[in-house]
Design a protein around this ligand. Structure first.
Ligand code: NZQ
Ligand code: ZN
Length: 394
């Protein structure tokens, strides 16, 4: 086991009507001026936003609003939020929504604490910051895990670049998680979320470091739980137990618990972010579309690991390393198909892409072939291109 530092500062309030605790949680952070950040319409339509406002009013917290966050959240809106947060002297950003909303709130929290620094410079590694305002989250979709993660992913529409910033500074102080709030999700978003949750653990499971018994068992347990309940929830979205399990999986899959003691890979996320940034496809779909091609490209480096994944997670009977490994990859893709998620680029909304686009994405991901991605196999520009190419069919 490699040495590690684990930091989980997020207070979780989980359960039916958990949102009633929001005002109290804001107060516990010592905040009194909140910027309320939300998305397109779901939180307004469901009445959740009004309920949250009432909870803030009850504890005499003043607030201003920033709505309109879109999936693959935009830099422009985050910049607008920074200006608003500075003008009102906000002392906490409260996200009501999913990963896109929470990430926007995190970006605002960074910008508002570092007046004069453009957030995109921070995201591009050109400016360095050491503080951020506090963030709290009322979660409405089980997916990105941003409610406990150290990460915030923003898209710059001018350049088509989607990029993440990682720092413990942006981990939310609290997350309110009521599984019932996810009942209204469009089926496609539910499926995208399940894929993303699975991927957050898979990207930590396939690494070159072995000998992490507890972390492996946690990771495998989480994946089994997610798959079983993902199937149930996909058939009946109002199954409270299934939606609860998925929601808790979403947080634990991306707060690093399933990767302790080993490095992260996250090459598939890099492959996916290029597609998301360029074409605005939903994050989960970009991952299911490339994972199988990535897995087939790399599995021979450690077929035993893929075979273990097959036995432990998919309960495949051992048929020797090679065959079990391939069956495990196929079982994963079958699950994606069950969720009606794409397993190749041609099945996404964008359809099959010309070679130049694939190379452009490979180049952008590897910053002009200057950085290698992932660690199970370190991928250069040509490797990335080969994976895109293998996925570029219908
Ligand atoms: O805008 P509204 O109307 O709210 O609609 C949203 C949006 O269209 C809808 N939705 C959310 N909750 C709903 C609902 N619709 C009905 N009922 C509800 N209860 O769902 C759509 C997707 O929302 P979004 O926030 O984009 O989903 P998700 O949580 O999957 O977030 C995706 C974003 O997070 C990033 C992704 O790259 C992507 O930009 N990620 C963030 C991570 C992090 N910060 O740690 C890690 C991830 O790997 C990921 O990269
Ligand atoms: Zn993800």
């Amino acid at each position: 086991m490699q040495g590690f530092t684990q930091y989980m500062p997020t207070k979780i309030v989980f359960g039916e009507e958990a949102e009633k605790e929001t005002g109290k949680l804001v107060k516990e952070c010592g905040a009194s001026k909140v910027l309320l950040v939300y998305g397109g319409k779901s939180a307004v339509k469901s009445g959740l936003l009004d309920r949250i406002k009432r909870e803030l009013e009850k504890v005499n917290v003043v607030f201003e609003e920033l709505g309109g966050v879109q999936p693959n959240p935009r830099l422009d809106l985050a910049r607008e939020g920074v200006r608003k947060a500075i003008d009102m002297d906000a002392d906490l950003m409260l996200a009501v929504g999913g990963g896109s909303v929470i990430d926007t709130a995190k970006a605002i929290a960074v910008g508002a604490a570092n007046e004069g620094i453009d957030i995109w410079d921070v995201w591009m590694g050109k400016a360095f910051v050491s503080k951020a305002k506090p963030v709290g989250a009322v979660l409405t979709i089980s997916a990105a895990g941003s409610e406990m993660s150290d990460s915030a992913v923003i898209t710059n529409k001018e350049t088509g670049k989607k990029a993440g910033f990682n720092s413990d500074m942006v981990r939310p102080r609290f997350a309110v998680m009521n599984p019932k709030l996810t009942y209204t999700l469009p089926k496609y978003q539910l499926a995208c979320g399940i894929v993303d949750i699975l991927m957050h653990t898979l990207e930590r499971y396939f690494t070159p470091v072995s000998g992490n018994q507890l972390t492996d068992e946690i990771a495998e347990g989480l994946m089994r739980t997610l798959i079983e309940n993902g199937k149930t929830a996909y058939e009946n979205q109002e199954d409270y137990e299934a939606m609860s399990e998925i929601m808790w999986c979403s947080s634990l899959s991306h707060n690093n618990l399933t990767g302790l003691g080993r490095p992260k890979d996250f090459a598939c996320h890099k492959l996916g972010h290029e597609i998301g940034g360029m074409f605005d496809e939903a994050h989960g779909a970009t991952l299911s579309a490339v994972w199988g091609s990535w897995a087939r490209y790399v599995y021979k480096l450690d077929a035993a690991r893929f075979a273990r994944y097959g036995r432990k997670v998919w309960k495949i009977k051992d048929k020797g390393e090679e065959e079990t490994a391939v069956l495990a990859i196929e079982a994963t893709e079958e699950f994606f198909r069950f969720l009606h998620m794409p397993t190749c680029i041609g099945e996404m909304n964008i359809g099959i892409q010309p070679d130049e686009i694939l190379m452009q994405m490979a180049e952008s991901a590897t910053k002009g072939d200057t950085v290698k991605l992932g660690c199970f196999k370190k991928l250069d520009q040509q490797d990335m291109y080969e994976i895109y190419k293998a996925a570029n069919h219908r």
